[in-house]
Ligand binder design. Sequence first.
Ligand code: ATP
Length: 459
Amino acid sequence: MAEKSMERIVSLCKRRGFIFPGSDIYGGLGSTYDYGPLGVLLKNNVRNAWWKAVVQKRDDVVGLDSAILMHPRTWEASGHLQGFTDPLVDCKSCRKRFRADHLLEARSAEMKGLKEEPVDMRDVRCPACGGELTDIRQFNLMFKTFMGPVEEDANTVYLRPETAQGIFVNFNLVRESSRMKVPFGIAQVGKAFRNEITPGNFTFRTREFEQMELEYFVKPGTDEESFEGWKAFMMEFFTGLGGKADNFRYYEHPKEDLSHYSKRTVDLEYLFPWGWSELWGCANRTDFDLKRHGEFSGQDLSYLNQETGERYVPYVIEPSLGLDRATLAFLVDAYDEIDGGRTTTTESAKEEETVLRLHPSLAPIKAAILPLSKKEPLLGMAREIYGKLSDRWFVQYDQSGSVGRRYRRQDEIGTPFCVTVDFETPDDGKVTVRERDTMAQERVPIVDLEGYLAGRLGC
Ligand code: ATP
């Protein structure tokens, strides 16, 4: 997909109420975004699909919703206070900031085949103005704030940079209250905050975002097998919800690049308009976190297998997915532009047409009810259908403009079905159901409509 298309996706998101720039009336606040009426539905649907697959459908995983603000010792134990840094450089001329590792990567890619030895930071100039760069400084990505009315070091707390730690500190409480036996998992969805040096690419990298994380606790020695299972799950999740398989691939982190806690990390990458980028990271965090929290809290976080008498600190497999990133990937994947339109029978023919081919379970609006006339009896019948269907799904009622225009408005926001109440409806009690992707139309009795849609939507 061309660069231009990303601009178009961003523009569609604003125009149709999926995603707005944050604090727009004040000129925006760097890389913050607000989800509009359709965006909030789409994001909820992605969240629910993940929750269903990871928690609801598995008897070995339970959910959690832990606090964003955590005891500051948490971040000492996890290593975030010391090590959650990115290497930062400033341009001495234009003052722009960059991540040194990103500049090095870009420079190495440019030099590929031209130079044998690794690229040195001294060879790198400011990509914006060509100016000289400062030495590298390590910059901690955690947002700091103060708890209570006094702003002093003793009251410093952090906005969590990942949801995972909330799971580790609750390990014993969840295990005991839910009587879980290893192997089992704890999942949660929630906000995380990182003071990213270079946010960008729309909602791909922001400073406030939502994560969907699972910590799956296993017996040491069984961790590699479990890792393989979750690795496969990541791909299945996206392709099962309509993602095009060719746009997804795995990336195995080389040993020398692994985080301090990780024995193995594999990312699921997506082919975004700007190139392949991390979507979902799966890490084998070993027993690092439970051991560290055990040490720092003085609590025993080991596990006793009652049947065998064995005691051990479980290993953890962590598939960690950004909800905003996942939502963006689904949007990009579903986005389709048809030059000249798909049909020549409407007044809107020959214009460029946009179709959002979202999986029915992700589509914000499941069906649109379109009366062909604003008068009775069509209007009343359409309203009644709307009332009935809205008990079960988000549906829209739209009576304005030609039916061709109305179809296009729904195609653009990914509505799988349009239900037209036409002039024959009062006589035969049937409506015309039109499908988004094939544009195929079928007459369906109103009495069967809900069941018919349920069957075709699968949700
Ligand atoms: P990156 O290399 O892109 O900075 P990361 O490896 O630091 O990401 P993790 O710490 O593994 O990311 O976080 C798990 C997931 O959370 C990522 O795969 C991504 O989907 C999401 N995520 C991380 N940082 C951000 C961010 N700044 N904005 C949006 N989503 C994010």
